[in-house]
Design a protein around this ligand. Structure first.
Ligand SMILES: NC(=O)c1ccc[n+]([C@@H]2O[C@H](COP(=O)([O-])OP(=O)(O)OC[C@H]3O[C@@H](n4cnc5c(N)ncnc54)[C@H](O)[C@@H]3O)[C@@H](O)[C@H]2O)c1
Length: 415
C-alpha cells in the first residue's frame, strides 16, 4: 500500500541541514526522524531543532546503516560535505542490498559529485538500488523564479517569441567552513561551489514549461577563472589562521571568481545563451542571487538583496556579528536588507515539498540525479575551458576522466 507520510533521515547535520529543517515547517506529509553526523554536538543540535520546530521527533543515529534499518525512515537527504558523496551513497545502497532496510528515495545536495566520474557513480548507485532520486537545487523552486518563469512564458514568449538570454549570478564573501576552500575536498573553488546553481537555474528559465531537459542541447562552453582576493597575503593569512594552518592559498589556492558562457540550441534550432558569474569576493550586505531573462519584447529580473524589508541601525547600535538578517551577512549597522523568509524565498520549501510528494506518489522528481550529472558535465567543461583558455565544444571526449587542476592541487594563477 502506498505510504501517506514520509519519514526522512538526514546525513550531515550542519549548515544546510538546519536550513532544510527550518523549511520543513511549510512541508506537509513528512517528518524529520533521523540525523547522522560524526560530530555529536552538530547531530544533537540538528535533532533538537527538528523537535523544537515540531517537524519531526528526530533521533540521532550512530551510522547510516542504523538509520536505513529503522523502518520509520523512508528516505534519506544527503547533506554531508562533497568529499563524502560516494562513501555515503555506497553505505546506503549496501544497507538496502544486504537486506538491513528499505527506502523509497534519496535526495542529494549540490553538487552531485566533485567531477563527472563521481556524479555518474552516484546515478549508477541510486539506480542499482531501485530508489527514486532527487537532486537538491533549491533555486529552481524559488517562488520569484517559478512564478516569473510561468508569466514570462505564458505572456511574453507566447506573443513575441521565446527568451534567448539568461544571466545568473551568485556571490558572497566566502564559505563558512574550511573544507569548502580546499580544491581537493570540495572539488574546485567557487565555480564548483556556486556556478552549479547559476548554470541550472539559467537552463531552467530557458526551457519551456512542460518540456524536459533534453529540449536544450549545450553546444559550446567558454569560461574564465582566477583568484582575485583570497591569494592576497593578508587574506591568505586569514584563511590559514581560520583552518589551523591547513588552507594555503599562496601555494594551493582555489578560484574565487569564475564566469562562463554556455551556448545552447533548442529543439527548434534556436541559438540561446547562458551567462553566469560567481565569486567569493563580494562584500555587500550578504548573499546576492541575481537572475535576468531576456526575450524579444520582455525581460525579467530578480535580485535577492532588493528586499521589501530594510532596517537601519545607527553607529551607536553595537551587537554581536550574526546571520539573522541575511545569509552570509557582512554587517550589523547602517541600512541593511532583510530576507523575511529565507527558507521560502531561496526555494528550500518548494524543493522539499516537491521531493516529498514525488517520493510519496512513486514518481521520479523533476530535478534528479541525471540533472545533477548534467550540471557537473557543464561545470567540468567550464574548468577545461578556463584551463585551456579556449572555447570547448560540448561534450568533450575527455569529460569522463577530467579532474580540474584546482582539485588536483596544481592550479595557481599567482605563479
Ligand atoms: N543548496 C545550497 O545553497 C547549499 C548551501 C550550502 C551547502 N550546500 C551543500 O550541502 C552540503 C553540506 O554543506 P554544509 O554547508 O551543510 O556543510 P557543513 O560543513 O556546515 O556541514 C556538513 C556536516 O556534515 C558532517 N559530516 C562530515 N562527514 C560526514 C559523513 N561521512 N556522514 C555524515 N555527516 C558527515 C559534518 O560533521 C558537518 O556537520 C555540501 O555538499 C554543500 O555543497 C548547499
Amino acid at each position: 500500500m502506498a505510504k501517506k507520510r514520509l519519514g526522512v533521515g538526514f546525513v550531515g547535520g550542519g549548515f544546510i541541514t538546519q536550513f532544510h529543517i527550518r523549511s520543513w515547517e511549510s512541508v506537509r506529509d513528512a517528518d524529520i526522524l533521523g540525523i547522522v553526523d560524526p560530530n555529536e554536538k552538530t547531530a544533537n543540535s540538528a535533532a533538537a531543532l527538528a523537535r523544537t520546530l515540531h517537524v519531526g521527533d528526530a533521533k540521532v543515529y550512530h551510522s547510516i546503516t542504523d538509520m536505513v534499518a529503522d523502518q520509520n525512515i523512508d528516505a534519506i537527504w544527503i547533506c554531508s560535505p562533497n568529499f563524502t558523496r560516494i562513501e555515503v551513497m555506497e553505505e546506503i545502497v549496501h544497507a538496502i542490498e544486504s537486506g538491513k532496510g528499505e527506502l523509497i528515495g534519496v535526495a542529494c545536495e549540490k553538487p552531485l559529485g566533485r567531477n563527472v566520474a563521481e556524479a555518474k557513480r552516484m546515478l549508477e548507485l541510486v539506480q542499482k538500488a531501485g530508489l527514486w532520486d532527487g537532486y537538491l537545487e533549491d533555486q529552481l523552486f524559488s517562488p520569484s523564479l517559478t512564478r516569473g518563469r510561468e508569466i514570462v512564458w505564458a505572456r511574453g514568449a507566447a506573443v513575441s517569441g521565446r527568451p534567448y538570454l539568461a544571466r545568473a549570478a551568485e556571490e558572497h564573501s566566502g564559505p563558512h567552513m574550511p573544507w569548502f576552500w580546499e580544491g581537493s575536498l570540495q572539488g574546485g573553488g567557487v565555480l564548483n561551489d556556486m556556478m552549479c546553481h547559476s548554470v541550472e537555474v539559467a537552463r531552467f528559465m530557458l526551457t519551456p514549461p512542460g518540456e524536459d531537459r533534453s529540449f536544450l542541447t549545450p553546444v559550446k562552453v567558454t569560461a574564465h577563472t582566477t583568484c582575485l582576493k583570497w591569494q592576497n597575503p593578508h587574506y591568505a593569512k586569514i584563511l590559514s589562521e581560520n583552518s589551523g594552518g591547513k588552507i594555503d592559498y599562496i601555494n594551493r589556492p582555489a578560484e574565487d571568481f569564475a564566469r562562463s558562457l554556455i551556448e545552447y540550441r533548442d529543439k527548434n534550432g534556436e541559438r540561446l545563451i547562458v551567462e553566469t558569474t560567481t565569486s567569493w569576493c563580494y562584500v555587500g550586505a550578504g548573499l546576492r542571487l541575481s537572475m535576468e531573462l531576456l526575450g524579444p519584447e520582455y525581460s525579467l529580473q530578480v535580485n535577492s538583496l532588493d528586499t521589501d524589508l530594510k532596517l537601519f541601525f545607527s553607529r551607536n547600535v553595537r551587537g554581536e556579528a550574526g546571520e539573522d538578517l541575511v545569509e552570509k551577512q557582512n554587517a550589523e549597522v547602517g541600512l541593511m536588507p532583510v530576507v523575511g523568509d529565507e527558507a521560502g524565498e531561496y526555494g528550500y520549501v518548494g524543493e522539499n515539498r516537491h521531493m516529498v510528494q514525488s517520493f510519496l506518489s512513486g514518481k521520479r522528481p523533476t530535478e534528479n540525479f541525471s540533472d545533477g550529472l548534467n550540471v557537473t558535465e557543464l561545470l567540468m567543461t567550464a574548468y577545461m575551458s578556463a584551463e585551456q583558455e579556449k572555447t570547448i565544444v560540448f561534450p568533450s571526449p575527455e569529460l569522463a576522466r577530467f579532474i580540474p587542476a584546482v582539485a588536483r592541487g596544481v592550479w595557481n594563477p599567482g605563479k
